[in-house]
Design a protein around this ligand. Structure first.
Ligand SMILES: [Zn+2]
Length: 357
């Protein structure tokens, strides 16, 4: 599987200008290609290359290979959404491949620009150095707040497949973001605190409606999404580590459940205040894959009202958000833990070679 490594570039001021000029030309070319792709209904890289390559080189001063990359990037974007002409930012990423990029020893990278190749120093820490042995000859050049970075594609070997002995079910919820069938809860008060704070601040700004309020709303949305991403990374990492330590395969609810969950509670419904469970599932999934552990997705219907000990299903088993108490056998347990155990059992049904705890 592929991952990326972010490396900061340390160009001289001339190199900085050359890279920026190249980036502008590359994206100007992309915009021009986008108009062509849209009007000609062209979703074929090959056809676009044949029609445009020469003219792109003349118009935008790009090398043949950079022109080909610009066509590839734009046609891909057009294929994703054919209903409108793709708009590209002037400082959007340049996609480099091994023909126009080469890593040199001693922390340097050779990059093709409008004025030929230039060798730019890279800032490398110990972590980067270790990871770099797996770098492939592909990278995106990006420009963030005045600094150039390379997002280098790494070839990440998957670990040998783990031999799981049972399933670990994972319940996703609004109050506890994730709870596993061993009873571990993966969340923290900070999540709840930030959510409330953002919700309240948003209401205030929305009521104001001025330009600066809109700006602050946008900024807040960005911060919030970064925060969610961080928390999802942390939770997925801990979950997968626990599964690996206990030799468990993971059983997660499929997307139908997540959609249902979102409609359960009034007020949590808008997309800003809902947790991004979809992202969390993705993170768990790829981290587990990398660690060699299987993941299955199961239908979560009724997992919250089914007794994980005797299988009795009744809405009233669930006394409150947190409390589960079986009307038949008297099993008393935290509601999220109970649901997670049911998910583990359902995972085991899907994969009968593995048993639920
Ligand atoms: Zn029961």
């Amino acid at each position: 599987m592929k991952t990326t490594l972010q490396v900061k570039l340390l160009p001289t001021s001339e190199q900085h200008t050359a890279l920026l000029d190249t980036m502008r030309a590359f994206n100007a070319a992309c915009t021009w290609i986008a108009a062509y792709a849209y009007h000609e209904r062209c979703a074929s890289k090959f056809m676009a290359q044949k029609a445009l390559c020469y003219e792109i080189r003349q118009r935008f001063d790009l090398s043949a290979q950079l022109a080909i990359r610009a066509i590839a990037k734009t046609v891909e974007a057009y294929k994703r959404d054919k209903t409108q002409q793709v708009a590209l930012r002037p400082d959007g990423a340049i996609v480099y491949d091994e023909r126009i990029l080469a890593f040199h020893a001693l922390d340097e990278v050779s990059l093709m620009t409008l004025h030929g190749r230039t060798v730019v120093p890279m800032q490398m820490g110990d972590y980067q150095r270790v990871q770099f042995s797996r770098a492939k000859g592909q990278a995106d050049l990006v420009f963030v707040k005045g600094t150039f970075f390379l997002l280098v594609t790494l070839d990440t070997p998957e670990e040998p497949p783990m031999e799981p002995t049972h399933f670990l079910g994972v319940n996703l919820g609004i109050v506890n973001v994730a709870t596993d069938s061993d009873g571990n809860s993966y969340t923290g008060t900070p999540v709840e605190v930030v959510r409330h704070r953002c919700g309240r601040a948003r209401q205030t700004f929305q009521a104001t409606g001025t330009k600066s309020a809109k700006r602050r709303l946008k900024k807040m949305a960005r911060n919030e999404s970064r925060f969610r991403r961080d928390v999802n990374h942390t939770i997925s990492k801990r979950l997968v580590a626990h599964a690996k330590d206990t030799k468990a395969a993971l059983s997660l609810e499929d997307l139908t459940g997540i959609r249902d969950r979102m409609t359960v509670r009034q007020g949590q419904r808008n997309k800003h205040s809902s947790w991004s469970f979809k992202q969390l599932r993705q993170f768990v999934s790829y981290k587990a894959q990398r660690a060699g552990g299987p993941v299955v997705f199961v239908d979560p219907r009724n997992t919250s009202r089914t007794c994980s000990r005797c299988g009795f299903v009744d809405k009233r088993n669930r006394r409150s958000q947190a409390e589960f108490s079986c009307l038949r056998c008297g099993h008393h347990v935290h509601a999220d833990h109970n649901a997670a155990r049911n998910l583990a059992t359902r995972g085991a049904v899907k994969r009968p070679d593995l048993v639920a705890p």
